[in-house]
Design a protein around this ligand. Sequence first.
Ligand code: BTN
Length: 331
Amino acid sequence: MRDKDLEESFELISMLADGGIHSGTELAVALGVSRAAVWKRIGKLGALGVDVIKVRSLGYKLPRPIEFLDVAILQKHLSTLMPDLAVSVEVAKQVDSTNLALLRRTRSTDDLVVTCLLAEQQTSGRGRRGKAWYSPLGENVYLSILWQTELSVAKLNGLSLALGVVIATMLSDVFGINAQLKWPNDVLVKDKKVAGILVEVDGVIEGPLRVVVGLGLNVSTERETTEPNGHDWTSVQAHSERSASRTHVALNVMSSLLTALSEFERNGFRTFRQRWMALDAYAGMPVQVTFHEHSVAGMALGVDEDGALMIDVDGVVQTISSGEVSLRVRA
Ligand code: BTN
């Protein structure tokens, strides 16, 4: 969608965002355009995946309210929570992928600050193992953090697990949700996936490593899986009695991840390991692990001090540290 159309569409959505009925005349006056132009703009919202309900002789409404992220609140509260850390917070209306956007930035400038980039919608959200990440407008948190570290690539192995630990812990502490982890970093609630993490490293050879940490957390999206052996999806709102405004969720996610990044820089995965084990959804269960086109079956034993998965296969402990691994409970 062209920038001008995107701006106009978001202007219209923010007027409908409260979920109430708004007449064509009211919208036309507020936008300073004709009613025909309002009708035309409403037609374009379908391209953003936003349905508008026409209420006969009364006007238009959204099927449910949409809360846009409030960048001023995010920046202000983050500076209060983390006064010693200089962080830039940005919210994009629409982006292909927040991870890709920050990776592009690492290549176009040398002058990097820690940056949190959130988006209202991703058109090509990226998941692990080359999968797409479903990213509808205004429903969830799509966040990437650009971070520089002196750690080596090898030391980063446990990073995504450590980040899974703090997201699961935050869901419990802030939203009263009993979340668990599936190796390496799927965050599950009652066996349905609520969040995923994708850590990508820019391929620079010299100097500090530039790492992009991507987190997708479902705030209101719930759906059944479309993949064989995939997880169904759930959301924060489905499991929490407490207010789950997207801005509030995003703020807690950002501060948890930023705190974890500095702890990881100091200690590596070591101080996260016990917490990961305590949250392990598959501990002691018979599992099947598929990687590099072959499969092993054994008993899940948690993770080692580097975050590698340990399984007992006929009395021999095997560790799996990387590769395209899919893990599931044996029937
Ligand atoms: C997974 O497959 O479990 C990882 C999903 C990571 C999704 C997030 S959403 C924000 C960031 N931008 C992306 O394109 N992907 C990550």
